[in-house]
Design a protein around this ligand. Structure first.
Ligand code: HEC
Length: 189
């Protein structure tokens, strides 16, 4: 049996010397100070959840709610689709993709990026773009495009893990990324 299933800079320029309670504005130049942040201050970001838990219980959970709803299983009885078969299923898949997109922003909350490397931000944004594509294509019930977006989500996970988890830097300990295998579709698919 062959199983084919797709497994800012949050422009919070945190001034190094700002006290924790100071309002940070993300408002465009020329607008009222504080606009866009409401009354929120840096102290209002609740980031006590550690990255490992955020990944395992929030990012991974929603990614699999996308991946488990796409692809094909080919066996001796033919080709079986893994895509949702009713409206509720598509709504669930779309919502998981939407959740994943929004969760990508939480990777950028103050104290979440492990270093000042801009690539962390780019990979989080890559996840956002891919997840929004999955959301839109699930809404359209476009199976192939939804499947492809699932692959793009996977690429974003792997890109960040290759650097931050697996460790492509000399001197960084190598840790295997705990991700599912994704078998590419055969040529004639
Ligand atoms: C911007 C970087 C980044 C992106 C994007 C990212 N991850 Fe992670 N992920 C990490 C880091 C860093 C860790 C290691 C956390 C630790 O062990 O402290 C991790 C760890 C994990 C873990 C292991 C958790 C555990 O219990 O040890 C899982 C599972 C995971 N990520 C799934 C995913 C999936 C699925 C995606 C894509 C949908 C994804 N990640 C996208 C950075 C990222």
């Amino acid at each position: 049996m062959i199983r084919l299933s797709a497994a800012l800079a949050l422009a919070l320029a945190i001034a190094a010397c700002s006290p924790n309670t100071e309002a940070v504005s993300t408002a465009p130049a020329g607008s009222t100070p504080g606009e866009g942040m409401g009354g929120a201050t840096l102290a209002d970001f609740k980031t006590d959840t550690v990255m490992k838990d955020l990944m395992a219980h929030v990012v991974d959970f929603n990614a699999f709610a996308v991946w488990h709803n796409q692809g094909w299983v080919i066996d001796e009885t033919g080709v079986h689709e893994l895509f949702p078969i009713d409206e509720a299923g598509w709504v669930a898949a779309e919502s998981a993709a939407f959740t994943l997109a929004e969760v990508s922003n939480t990777l950028l909350l103050p104290n979440r990026p492990p270093d000042d490397d801009r690539r962390w931000v780019d990979w989080a944004n890559q996840l956002y773009t891919a997840a929004k594509k999955a959301q839109a294509t699930a809404l359209a019930k476009d199976k192939q495009a939804f499947f492809d977006a699932g692959g793009e989500i996977y690429d974003a996970c792997v890109a960040c893990h290759n650097h931050y988890v697996q460790g492509d830097d000399p001197g960084k300990p190598a840790k295997l990324p705990p991700l599912p295998n994704r078998t590419p579709p055969p040529q004639n698919q």
